[in-house]
Design a protein around this ligand. Structure first.
Ligand code: UD1
Length: 360
């Protein structure tokens, strides 16, 4: 028997854990214990993904909620230490790069429980990003590192991590390919009354973009430029919603005629809109990968990325906050980037992960 505490906490974790739990079912000797830290707690930020992706109810929910980085990370560690003491897992599996990832990885290594990191090795090189710190530290305390790309393996090698590193592919792509058909019937375009219309799907939540008034204003100006030509659908992250109010940019955005603001969307609705849009404008990590797989042009409002293959091979372009309109116009003029994606993103990553774990 291999008892594995599988950790999720924030929105981008849910689409990563879903296919892994499913693939583990092929190995009765693997006993997963699903732990939700509660970093994200709104229905739209958490439960909707459990419903749509058939993720079982977590056996444990730490209910930590939103706090400063230090308090949130510390609360997760305090709660998770008790879970590990009580359930005594053989391994701890963490995904991605959110605060829940590093908090639980730290607890694991300090308690002598080996940590498995899914999506190991990706690097933006930007240590001002909280996620970059989480990635580097998690990798350096992990016993088994499962990477999405050759680039990620090379990054680990450069940092001296060469043992127990396996290239398995990107598990998010499994979820995407498994749900494309279902997503195409989601009906979200009818709900938003945009059937048959050209539109841009936009998401925005990165701290460096929304916590800075100048950057956020710049982005809102670019949205104004785009919405004079096509509809912009903007599901609003709670963090962004609060910052728009704080910086008094809310009225300006709400007055734009062709901007449709919604609550954060479920996985199927978001995928549906991604599949049918003219382009995606985002600062999300995962959407860079998803648009590359879907061959939909993506403008990423950052100056670096931990997913370089989406730039070199895929449809992604980095536009920061300064070059959004220029690159948007290129796409609107019919010159959007087309591309391909790594062969290992074949939709069978979770099977490879479960296979490796079954042999531990
Ligand atoms: C976190 C991740 C980020 C990921 C993002 C996806 C870290 C450091 N960051 O950022 O990598 O891309 O999730 O969303 O872990 N809030 C709610 N309801 C919720 C969750 C959050 O209202 O269910 C609000 C709170 O005001 C909170 C703020 O959003 O303070 C930020 O939430 P937090 O979990 O700290 O970080 P995210 O910005 O969501």
């Amino acid at each position: 028997m291999i008892k594995i505490a599988c950790v999720v906490g924030a929105r981008p974790n849910f689409m990563k854990i879903a296919p892994i739990l499913e693939a583990m079912k092929a190995y009765p000797e693997i006993i997963p214990l699903l732990v939700h830290t509660g970093q994200h707690y709104d229905f739209e930020m958490s439960q909707v993904f459990f419903n749509q992706l058939d993720i079982p109810e977590p056996q444990v929910n730490l209910g930590v909620g939103s706090e400063s980085h230090a308090v949130q990370t510390a609360k997760i560690m305090l709660g998770f230490e008790k879970v590990v003491s009580h359930h005594k897992p053989d391994y701890i599996l963490v995904v991605g790069d959110v605060n829940s990832t590093i908090a639980c990885a730290l607890v694991g290594v300090k308690m002598g429980v080996p940590v498995i990191h899914i999506e190991a090795g990706i690097r933006s090189g930007d240590k001002t990003m909280p996620e970059e710190i989480n990635r580097v530290l998690t990798d350096h305390v992990s016993a088994l590192l499962l990477t999405p790309t050759v680039f990620a393996c090379d990054n680990l090698k450069r940092e001296g991590i060469t043992k127990n590193v396996y290239l398995v592919g990107d598990v998010m792509v499994d979820t995407l390919l498994n749900h494309k058909d279902k997503a195409s019937n989601s009906g979200i375009k009818d709900t938003l009354s945009i059937n048959g219309e050209d539109y841009c799907l936009m998401t925005l939540h990165r701290a460096s973009n929304v916590d800075d008034k100048v950057n956020l204003s710049c982005i809102i100006d670019a949205v104004d430029y785009i919405q004079r030509q096509i509809v912009v659908v903007l599901p609003l992250h709670p963090r962004t919603k609060a910052k728009l109010v704080q910086f008094k940019l809310n009225d300006k955005l709400s007055s734009m005629r062709k901007v449709i603001i919604t609550e954060p969307l479920g996985y199927l609705e978001c995928l549906n809109l991604m599949m049918g849009c003219k382009f995606v404008l985002t600062d999300s990590g995962g959407m860079q990968t998803e648009t590359t797989v879907l061959n939909i042009p993506c403008l990423t409002m950052r100056t670096n990325t931990e997913r370089p293959e989406t730039l070199m091979q895929g449809t992604n372009t980095l536009v920061g906050t300064q070059w959004i309109t220029q690159d948007a116009q290129k796409i609107l003029d019919g010159n959007g980037k087309q591309g391909s994606y790594p062969k290992v993103w074949d939709g069978h990553t979770a099977e490879r992960i479960a296979g490796i774990i079954s042999k531990l």
